[in-house]
Design a binder for this molecule. Structure first.
Ligand SMILES: NC(=O)c1ccc[n+]([C@@H]2O[C@H](COP(=O)([O-])OP(=O)(O)OC[C@H]3O[C@@H](n4cnc5c(N)ncnc54)[C@H](O)[C@@H]3O)[C@@H](O)[C@H]2O)c1
Length: 261
Protein backbone atom coordinates (compact mmCIF):
# COMPACT_ATOMS: atom_id res chain seq x y z
CA UNK A 1 0.00 0.00 0.00
CA UNK A 2 1.20 3.51 -0.81
CA UNK A 3 1.03 6.17 1.87
CA UNK A 4 -0.48 9.57 1.05
CA UNK A 5 1.29 11.19 4.02
CA UNK A 6 3.68 13.78 2.54
CA UNK A 7 2.95 12.70 -1.05
CA UNK A 8 2.44 15.34 -3.76
CA UNK A 9 -0.55 15.53 -6.10
CA UNK A 10 -0.69 17.62 -9.28
CA UNK A 11 -4.33 18.30 -10.06
CA UNK A 12 -5.53 20.24 -13.11
CA UNK A 13 -9.01 21.66 -12.96
CA UNK A 14 -8.01 21.78 -9.31
CA UNK A 15 -10.06 24.79 -8.30
CA UNK A 16 -13.35 23.31 -9.49
CA UNK A 17 -15.69 20.46 -8.58
CA UNK A 18 -14.02 17.05 -8.59
CA UNK A 19 -10.46 18.43 -8.77
CA UNK A 20 -10.97 20.63 -5.73
CA UNK A 21 -12.62 17.75 -3.83
CA UNK A 22 -9.63 15.57 -4.64
CA UNK A 23 -7.22 18.24 -3.40
CA UNK A 24 -9.17 18.51 -0.14
CA UNK A 25 -9.41 14.73 0.41
CA UNK A 26 -5.73 14.28 -0.47
CA UNK A 27 -4.67 16.98 1.99
CA UNK A 28 -6.99 15.57 4.68
CA UNK A 29 -5.10 12.29 4.32
CA UNK A 30 -1.76 14.04 4.89
CA UNK A 31 -0.78 14.87 1.30
CA UNK A 32 0.29 18.10 -0.39
CA UNK A 33 -1.11 19.37 -3.66
CA UNK A 34 -0.37 21.65 -6.60
CA UNK A 35 -3.69 22.74 -7.98
CA UNK A 36 -3.64 24.12 -11.50
CA UNK A 37 -6.46 25.85 -13.29
CA UNK A 38 -7.16 28.45 -15.95
CA UNK A 39 -9.43 30.34 -13.56
CA UNK A 40 -7.20 32.59 -11.44
CA UNK A 41 -9.92 33.81 -9.10
CA UNK A 42 -11.21 30.31 -8.41
CA UNK A 43 -7.63 29.20 -7.68
CA UNK A 44 -7.23 31.98 -5.11
CA UNK A 45 -10.51 30.95 -3.45
CA UNK A 46 -9.42 27.30 -3.42
CA UNK A 47 -6.09 28.22 -1.82
CA UNK A 48 -7.98 29.99 1.02
CA UNK A 49 -9.87 26.78 1.72
CA UNK A 50 -6.99 24.33 1.26
CA UNK A 51 -4.34 26.27 3.21
CA UNK A 52 -0.59 25.75 3.46
CA UNK A 53 -0.45 22.26 2.01
CA UNK A 54 -1.63 23.56 -1.37
CA UNK A 55 0.24 25.54 -4.02
CA UNK A 56 -1.59 27.09 -6.94
CA UNK A 57 -0.52 27.37 -10.57
CA UNK A 58 -2.33 29.23 -13.32
CA UNK A 59 -2.28 27.04 -16.38
CA UNK A 60 -4.07 26.49 -19.65
CA UNK A 61 -3.80 22.75 -20.15
CA UNK A 62 -4.02 23.06 -23.93
CA UNK A 63 -0.47 24.46 -24.18
CA UNK A 64 2.80 22.54 -23.97
CA UNK A 65 4.52 25.45 -22.24
CA UNK A 66 2.02 25.65 -19.38
CA UNK A 67 2.08 21.91 -18.76
CA UNK A 68 5.89 21.78 -18.80
CA UNK A 69 6.02 24.73 -16.41
CA UNK A 70 3.42 23.10 -14.12
CA UNK A 71 5.36 19.84 -13.83
CA UNK A 72 8.64 21.70 -13.24
CA UNK A 73 6.94 23.90 -10.63
CA UNK A 74 5.70 20.85 -8.71
CA UNK A 75 9.21 19.40 -8.55
CA UNK A 76 10.83 22.71 -7.59
CA UNK A 77 8.27 23.66 -4.93
CA UNK A 78 7.29 20.26 -3.56
CA UNK A 79 10.23 18.01 -4.48
CA UNK A 80 8.16 15.24 -6.06
CA UNK A 81 5.09 14.26 -8.07
CA UNK A 82 3.24 11.19 -6.79
CA UNK A 83 -0.29 11.63 -8.07
CA UNK A 84 -1.12 13.16 -11.45
CA UNK A 85 -4.79 14.01 -11.80
CA UNK A 86 -5.45 15.82 -15.10
CA UNK A 87 -9.06 16.64 -14.30
CA UNK A 88 -9.52 19.91 -16.24
CA UNK A 89 -12.45 19.33 -18.57
CA UNK A 90 -15.41 20.98 -20.23
CA UNK A 91 -18.62 20.08 -22.03
CA UNK A 92 -20.05 21.74 -25.14
CA UNK A 93 -23.09 19.62 -25.87
CA UNK A 94 -25.10 19.53 -29.05
CA UNK A 95 -26.32 17.14 -31.73
CA UNK A 96 -23.89 16.47 -34.59
CA UNK A 97 -26.67 17.36 -37.08
CA UNK A 98 -30.16 18.63 -36.29
CA UNK A 99 -32.81 18.36 -38.98
CA UNK A 100 -35.77 20.71 -38.89
CA UNK A 101 -38.90 18.92 -37.62
CA UNK A 102 -41.08 20.20 -40.48
CA UNK A 103 -38.82 20.15 -43.52
CA UNK A 104 -36.59 17.23 -42.44
CA UNK A 105 -33.58 19.20 -43.70
CA UNK A 106 -30.58 19.86 -41.51
CA UNK A 107 -30.72 23.37 -40.10
CA UNK A 108 -28.03 23.12 -37.40
CA UNK A 109 -24.70 21.31 -37.04
CA UNK A 110 -22.21 21.05 -34.21
CA UNK A 111 -19.69 23.80 -34.89
CA UNK A 112 -16.13 22.67 -35.54
CA UNK A 113 -15.04 25.03 -32.76
CA UNK A 114 -17.32 23.27 -30.24
CA UNK A 115 -15.92 19.89 -31.24
CA UNK A 116 -12.31 21.03 -31.30
CA UNK A 117 -12.34 22.92 -27.98
CA UNK A 118 -13.53 19.84 -26.07
CA UNK A 119 -10.85 17.73 -27.79
CA UNK A 120 -8.19 20.35 -27.03
CA UNK A 121 -8.95 20.51 -23.30
CA UNK A 122 -10.25 17.02 -22.44
CA UNK A 123 -7.93 14.99 -24.67
CA UNK A 124 -4.87 16.94 -25.84
CA UNK A 125 -4.71 18.77 -22.50
CA UNK A 126 -4.73 15.50 -20.57
CA UNK A 127 -2.06 14.04 -22.84
CA UNK A 128 0.20 17.05 -22.27
CA UNK A 129 -0.25 17.14 -18.49
CA UNK A 130 0.33 13.40 -18.26
CA UNK A 131 3.40 13.49 -20.56
CA UNK A 132 5.10 16.39 -18.78
CA UNK A 133 4.39 15.04 -15.28
CA UNK A 134 5.49 11.52 -16.25
CA UNK A 135 8.78 12.91 -17.55
CA UNK A 136 9.41 14.66 -14.25
CA UNK A 137 8.34 11.59 -12.24
CA UNK A 138 10.75 9.34 -14.13
CA UNK A 139 13.65 11.81 -14.07
CA UNK A 140 13.18 12.48 -10.36
CA UNK A 141 12.59 8.85 -9.36
CA UNK A 142 9.05 9.41 -8.05
CA UNK A 143 6.63 6.60 -7.30
CA UNK A 144 2.91 6.99 -7.75
CA UNK A 145 -0.19 7.05 -9.93
CA UNK A 146 -1.55 8.82 -12.99
CA UNK A 147 -5.30 8.95 -12.48
CA UNK A 148 -7.29 10.06 -15.54
CA UNK A 149 -10.98 10.94 -15.46
CA UNK A 150 -13.25 9.23 -17.94
CA UNK A 151 -17.05 9.20 -17.60
CA UNK A 152 -20.08 7.03 -18.15
CA UNK A 153 -20.30 9.24 -21.25
CA UNK A 154 -17.41 7.16 -22.62
CA UNK A 155 -20.04 4.59 -23.57
CA UNK A 156 -21.76 7.05 -25.89
CA UNK A 157 -24.20 9.77 -24.89
CA UNK A 158 -26.44 11.48 -27.43
CA UNK A 159 -25.60 15.17 -27.71
CA UNK A 160 -21.99 14.61 -26.63
CA UNK A 161 -20.08 13.34 -29.65
CA UNK A 162 -17.18 15.60 -28.68
CA UNK A 163 -17.19 14.87 -24.93
CA UNK A 164 -17.94 11.13 -25.23
CA UNK A 165 -15.07 10.73 -27.70
CA UNK A 166 -12.61 12.28 -25.27
CA UNK A 167 -13.89 10.19 -22.37
CA UNK A 168 -13.64 6.98 -24.41
CA UNK A 169 -10.02 7.93 -25.01
CA UNK A 170 -9.51 8.30 -21.25
CA UNK A 171 -10.60 4.67 -20.84
CA UNK A 172 -7.99 3.34 -23.24
CA UNK A 173 -5.07 5.52 -22.18
CA UNK A 174 -4.43 3.64 -18.89
CA UNK A 175 -3.95 0.43 -20.88
CA UNK A 176 -1.55 2.10 -23.33
CA UNK A 177 0.46 3.85 -20.64
CA UNK A 178 0.61 0.77 -18.42
CA UNK A 179 1.83 -1.34 -21.35
CA UNK A 180 4.45 1.26 -22.26
CA UNK A 181 5.69 1.52 -18.68
CA UNK A 182 5.76 -2.28 -18.44
CA UNK A 183 8.06 -2.40 -21.49
CA UNK A 184 10.35 0.14 -19.86
CA UNK A 185 10.36 -1.55 -16.41
CA UNK A 186 8.49 1.38 -14.90
CA UNK A 187 5.07 -0.20 -14.31
CA UNK A 188 5.71 -1.06 -10.66
CA UNK A 189 6.70 2.54 -10.02
CA UNK A 190 4.17 4.55 -11.99
CA UNK A 191 0.71 3.10 -12.42
CA UNK A 192 -2.03 4.55 -14.60
CA UNK A 193 -5.80 4.16 -14.17
CA UNK A 194 -8.98 6.07 -15.00
CA UNK A 195 -12.03 6.71 -12.89
CA UNK A 196 -15.34 7.02 -14.71
CA UNK A 197 -17.99 8.92 -12.79
CA UNK A 198 -21.65 9.09 -13.64
CA UNK A 199 -23.45 12.31 -12.77
CA UNK A 200 -21.52 14.22 -10.11
CA UNK A 201 -22.86 17.24 -8.25
CA UNK A 202 -20.45 19.85 -9.61
CA UNK A 203 -21.07 23.06 -11.56
CA UNK A 204 -20.73 21.10 -14.82
CA UNK A 205 -23.90 19.17 -13.98
CA UNK A 206 -25.72 21.61 -11.68
CA UNK A 207 -25.62 24.30 -14.41
CA UNK A 208 -27.89 22.13 -16.59
CA UNK A 209 -31.50 23.21 -16.80
CA UNK A 210 -33.68 21.84 -13.97
CA UNK A 211 -35.76 19.68 -16.27
CA UNK A 212 -32.70 17.89 -17.64
CA UNK A 213 -31.30 17.52 -14.11
CA UNK A 214 -34.56 16.01 -12.79
CA UNK A 215 -34.60 13.56 -15.69
CA UNK A 216 -30.99 12.57 -14.97
CA UNK A 217 -31.56 12.02 -11.24
CA UNK A 218 -34.63 9.94 -12.11
CA UNK A 219 -32.30 7.49 -13.86
CA UNK A 220 -29.86 7.06 -10.97
CA UNK A 221 -30.75 4.10 -8.73
CA UNK A 222 -29.33 5.72 -5.58
CA UNK A 223 -31.68 8.64 -6.27
CA UNK A 224 -29.12 11.45 -6.22
CA UNK A 225 -26.01 12.80 -7.88
CA UNK A 226 -22.67 11.30 -6.87
CA UNK A 227 -20.82 13.65 -4.50
CA UNK A 228 -17.45 15.03 -5.69
CA UNK A 229 -15.95 13.77 -2.40
CA UNK A 230 -17.04 10.23 -3.24
CA UNK A 231 -15.10 10.40 -6.51
CA UNK A 232 -12.12 11.93 -4.71
CA UNK A 233 -12.13 9.13 -2.13
CA UNK A 234 -12.08 6.54 -4.92
CA UNK A 235 -9.02 8.20 -6.49
CA UNK A 236 -7.19 8.25 -3.14
CA UNK A 237 -8.07 4.61 -2.43
CA UNK A 238 -6.78 3.57 -5.86
CA UNK A 239 -3.58 5.53 -5.22
CA UNK A 240 -2.99 3.58 -2.03
CA UNK A 241 -3.79 0.15 -3.50
CA UNK A 242 -0.82 -0.77 -5.67
CA UNK A 243 -2.55 -3.78 -7.22
CA UNK A 244 -4.79 -1.44 -9.23
CA UNK A 245 -3.34 -0.55 -12.63
CA UNK A 246 -4.35 -0.18 -16.28
CA UNK A 247 -8.08 -0.21 -15.59
CA UNK A 248 -11.08 2.13 -15.57
CA UNK A 249 -13.18 2.22 -12.40
CA UNK A 250 -16.81 3.32 -12.65
CA UNK A 251 -18.58 5.27 -9.90
CA UNK A 252 -22.15 6.14 -10.81
CA UNK A 253 -24.66 5.16 -8.14
CA UNK A 254 -25.92 2.14 -10.05
CA UNK A 255 -26.64 3.81 -13.39
CA UNK A 256 -27.45 1.39 -16.21
CA UNK A 257 -24.55 1.72 -18.57
CA UNK A 258 -24.87 1.91 -22.33
CA UNK A 259 -25.78 4.42 -24.97
CA UNK A 260 -28.68 6.72 -24.17
CA UNK A 261 -30.95 7.78 -27.00
N1 LIG B 1 -19.45 16.40 -13.11
C1 LIG B 1 -19.66 15.23 -13.63
O1 LIG B 1 -20.79 14.69 -13.59
C2 LIG B 1 -18.56 14.46 -14.28
C3 LIG B 1 -18.81 13.13 -14.65
C4 LIG B 1 -17.80 12.40 -15.28
C5 LIG B 1 -16.57 12.99 -15.52
N2 LIG B 1 -16.37 14.29 -15.16
C6 LIG B 1 -15.07 14.87 -15.48
O2 LIG B 1 -14.42 15.29 -14.29
C7 LIG B 1 -13.56 16.40 -14.59
C8 LIG B 1 -13.90 17.55 -13.66
O3 LIG B 1 -15.26 17.90 -13.88
P1 LIG B 1 -16.07 18.82 -12.87
O4 LIG B 1 -17.46 18.36 -12.88
O5 LIG B 1 -15.33 18.95 -11.60
O6 LIG B 1 -16.02 20.19 -13.70
P2 LIG B 1 -15.90 21.70 -13.21
O7 LIG B 1 -16.43 22.50 -14.33
O8 LIG B 1 -16.47 21.87 -11.85
O9 LIG B 1 -14.31 21.88 -13.10
C9 LIG B 1 -13.48 21.84 -14.23
C10 LIG B 1 -12.31 22.77 -13.98
O10 LIG B 1 -11.47 22.75 -15.14
C11 LIG B 1 -10.99 24.07 -15.34
N3 LIG B 1 -10.59 24.25 -16.75
C12 LIG B 1 -11.38 24.32 -17.85
N4 LIG B 1 -10.64 24.54 -18.94
C13 LIG B 1 -9.35 24.58 -18.56
C14 LIG B 1 -8.11 24.75 -19.23
N5 LIG B 1 -8.05 24.95 -20.55
N6 LIG B 1 -6.96 24.73 -18.49
C15 LIG B 1 -7.00 24.55 -17.16
N7 LIG B 1 -8.14 24.39 -16.46
C16 LIG B 1 -9.30 24.40 -17.15
C17 LIG B 1 -12.17 24.95 -14.97
O11 LIG B 1 -11.76 26.28 -14.71
C18 LIG B 1 -12.72 24.23 -13.75
O12 LIG B 1 -12.14 24.71 -12.55
C19 LIG B 1 -13.79 16.74 -16.07
O13 LIG B 1 -12.78 16.15 -16.85
C20 LIG B 1 -15.13 16.09 -16.36
O14 LIG B 1 -15.27 15.75 -17.72
C21 LIG B 1 -17.33 15.03 -14.55
Amino acid sequence: MLNIEGAVAVITGGSGGIGMALAQTWINRGGRAVIADINKEALARAKEVLGDQAETFVCNVTTEEDNAALAAFAIEKMGAINLVAPFAGIIKDGMMVSPDRETGKVTRKMALGDFQLVIDINLTGVFLTMRECAEQMINNNCKGLICLVSSTGSLGTAGQINYSSTKAAMSVMPKVVTAEFFRRNLADKIRCVAIAPGYVGTDMVKNMNQKALDRIIGEVPIGRLVEPEEVATLACDIYQNEALAGETFFIHGGLRLGSRG
